[in-house]
Design a protein around this ligand. Structure first.
Ligand SMILES: [Zn+2]
Ligand SMILES: [Zn+2]
Length: 737
């Protein structure tokens, strides 16, 4: 049945996004962009089952729906898989994509498959390069010889989003900080706007709590006060504290190693050398707590807001709390500051006394600083976007000894990544390829070298939500200028795993940058997603799935055993999106039984109808029961519709199964009263079952559409895919007078 329905959909072209015309609501449902790993996992099945149900629902209501995605195909996972298999990453990526698309089709996901793209395609990464140049020109990308997160195992720098609790996102080894020239994305100019917009997103009602929480967490907003502190030689330093009532109790000032004025405070050559060592020697991320984090006394001091001299101390601890700023150290009320004070001899013995929480009994008297101003700091900060790997978007920059780094002219894009590079896991094949490296300087014409770092795939992802909104044939010329963009964007809903918060945060930043640069001026608020639903992960046997634990659930095997609809229904039914889904066979048994019962019940009802003649007296006798059935149907439909609108698919599925119970209950009551169903009863029951099947289409489309066709509904997408507006239960003929 599955394959036959899928053929019908393909022949009808159900999933093609219509040309966005006027008069219809346009709905872009954006699913997550899978890595080309080669296999869908259960998290994908969860993601796409939610998004697909919503897309089918909106189509069923007559809206113009775009449900499209592309593969996040560059990056380390593909490169490492290619190394293991000794084949070029481009081939591996193509194989994986084909396989995963096959899996998606077997599950019946209604993507516009003609719009699928790969971030590693030339036509695609040409625009990643364009984005790089656009941001570079606006000073939102810069090169700095700076501290970056580095993974020894993967031999690569990492974006901040790839570091989880001080560990590499991929290999989970501890990450350390080193110093090397790298490219940065400057996000700080837009942090305040991201902050300001979050309540707007919330009031729109289409962002769920989980996704909003990730945006707040990544932003890391701290409110407090700031004070200007003067040194005896006239230099001045602005320091922040969240403890606004206790600023006068400050004992020292903590300076980020990335503070914009760091050089002015570290002038002593010996201290400077020590700072350099602190930055380049690298320290373990795990040492980032106040008892062991590196600290460096600059020897300088400033006048404290409550009198006395405050030593100026450099430590990365301030970054982890308030970003690249300066902060007052107030040991009397702050635990971390107390631990630092204990390690600083200049602070004095009382600096290290047990801190008292603000407002605690016997705690310190408030000592606000009279000159303090209200202030806010954000922990989110610029991050590295380049890496020393060959499977990535080449950075469109040429290094010339005379001119320095020179952007590649836009007319020379794309800078093509050689398709045959075969990484070995050591070094960087791009750097070892003279054809790629040796070029003319676009500025002076002299001999120059191409940048051999590539862009981290996090950079590609900054705009992975854009291409699906552009017809494939127009992408070469009009990726950021096509008129359809203004029609589909912002996306009505993003559905993604809750580990996507960092991607979304940075996509929101880049949208604002592209609004200010011109192409996205039509998105005045600079928000790419009007709505966002994050879901938790899928685990099994109470644990994260892993080959090592042998508890990996394979979607292919499930589909082969139970059929696509059962798997989709079970994944949706088993847990609400905000809850971790602990996969069990119970859910698929439940879903399978429900679908089987619905199938046989509907067919029995159809058969009964063939044999029943109208009987007015019998009809009159059970009219009150049919009335009741009609009310149940009206009620059920209203609830299911509201659930799907809110993307609470688990509730929708529960209400569908409940409505089925009510329909069965109706039959029982009629049989109890009259011994068997009359024609009017069977007609009402069939109408109720048709209604039920219609609400089931978004969740179990193969079974639901087959049921509708069996019940005599027309094959066309407008007929079988139509979402019911009202419960169409026939009213019984008036009893004969
Ligand atoms: Zn690693
Ligand atoms: Zn030059």
């Amino acid at each position: 049945m599955g394959a036959a329905r899928q053929r019908v959909w393909e022949e009808r072209g159900d999933f093609e996004a219509p040309r966005p015309g006027e008069g219809r609501e346009r709905v872009y449902v954006k699913p997550s962009s899978p890595f080309t790993s080669g296999n869908l996992h259960m998290g994908h099945v969860r993601d796409y089952s939610i998004g697909d149900a919503y897309a089918r629902f909106r189509r069923g209501r007559g809206d113009a729906v775009l449900f499209g995605f592309g593969f996040d195909a560059f990056g380390l996972p593909a490169e490492l898989a290619a190394i293991e298999r000794r084949e070029p990453p481009a081939e591996w990526v193509a194989e994986c994509g084909e396989r995963m698309l096959g899996q998606m089709k077997r599950l019946g996901f209604s993507f516009d498959y003609d719009r699928v793209f790969y971030s590693s395609d030339e036509g695609q990464y040409r625009w990643s390069q364009w984005l790089f140049l656009t941001l570079l020109e606006r000073d939102l990308i810069y090169r700095d010889d700076a501290t970056v997160d580095w993974c020894d195992t993967c031999q690569t720098t990492l974006a901040s989003i790839q570091v989880e609790d001080g560990r590499c996102w991929r290999c989970h080894n501890e990450v350390r900080l080193i110093r090397r020239p790298t490219w940065f994305l400057r996000i700080t100019p837009y942090l305040e706007e991201n902050d300001r917009n979050t309540p707007l997103l919330e009031s729109g009602g289409k962002w769920d709590e989980l996704s909003l929480a990730t945006q707040r967490y990544i932003l890391g907003r701290a409110d407090g006060v700031e004070v200007d502190l003067a040194a005896s030689d006239g230099r001045s330093l602005t320091a922040f504290t969240p403890h606004r009532r206790f600023a006068g109790l400050a004992r020292f000032v903590l300076l980020s190693p990335r503070h914009p004025q760091i050089d002015a405070w570290v002038s002593d050559p010996a201290v400077r050398e020590e700072l350099e060592r602190m930055r380049s020697g690298g320290w373990e991320r795990s040492a980032r707590d106040a008892r062991s984090v590196p600290i460096l006394d600059t020897g300088a001091a400033v006048a404290g807001p409550g009198g006395g001299e405050l030593p100026v101390v450099v430590s990365p601890l301030v970054d982890a709390r308030f970003g690249p700023t300066a902060a007052l150290g107030i040991p009397a009320v702050d635990e971390a500051d107390r631990d630092l004070a204990a390690r600083l001899d200049r602070v004095g013995p009382e600096g290290a006394a047990e801190p008292q929480p603000e407002g605690a009994e016997g705690g310190p008297e408030p000592a606000p600083a009279p000159s303090a101003r209200e202030a806010t700091r954000y922990r989110a900060n610029d991050f590295s976007i380049s890496r020393q790997r060959s499977w990535g978007t080449p950075i469109p920059v040429i290094h010339c000894e005379r001119c320095g780094p020179v952007p590649v002219p836009e007319s020379d894009l794309p800078v093509v990544l050689p398709r045959d590079i075969a990484p070995t896991g050591e070094g960087n094949p791009l750097a070892e390829s003279p054809d790629f490296v040796d070029v003319e300087c676009p500025a002076c014409g002299g001999a120059a070298k191409r940048e051999t770092d590539t862009l981290d795939c996090h950079f590609d992802a900054l705009w992975l939500w854009v291409p699906a909104a552009v017809p494939p044939e127009a992408r070469a010329e009009e990726m950021f200028t096509h008129p359809d963009l203004a029609k589909w964007l912002p996306a009505e809903r993003l559905v993604a795993g809750n580990d996507s918060g960092g991607f979304v945060f940075d996509q929101r930043i880049v949208t604002k940058a592209l609004r200010d640069a011109g192409p996205f001026a039509f998105m005045a608020e600079g928000e790419p997603f009007a709505g966002c639903l994050f879901h938790e992960m899928v685990i099994s046997e109470g644990r994260k799935m892993s080959k090592h634990l042998g508890n990996v659930v394979d979607p292919d095997a499930l589909v082969a055993e139970h059929g696509a609809d059962t798997v989709r229904l079970a994944v949706l039914y088993a847990a609400g999106p905000a809850k971790t889904l602990n996969w069990s066979d119970g859910a698929s048994r439940f879903a399978s039984r429900f679908l089987r019962n619905l199938w046989s019940h509907t067919h029995e009802c159809l058969q009964a109808l063939e044999e029943l003649a109208p009987d007015e007296e019998a009809a009159a006798d059970t009219e009150h029961l049919r009335d009741r059935l009609r009310k149940w149907c009206e009620n059920g439909l209203a609830r299911i519709t509201a659930d799907v609108e809110a993307l609470q698919m688990h509730k929708a599925v529960r209400n569908i199964t409940r409505l089925f119970e009510r329909i069965q209950d109706f039959e029982k009551r009629v049989v109890k009263r009259r011994g068997s169903l009359g024609r009017a009863d069977a007609e009402a029951q069939l109408a109720a079952l048709v209604l039920l099947a219609r609400t089931l289409v978004p969740f179990a489309p193969h079974t639901a559409e087959a049921l509708l066709v069996a019940a005599g509904v027309d094959e066309g997408a407008e007929s079988v895919g139509r979402w019911p507006e009202t419960a169409e239960i026939p009213v019984a003929p008036a009893p004969a007078a």
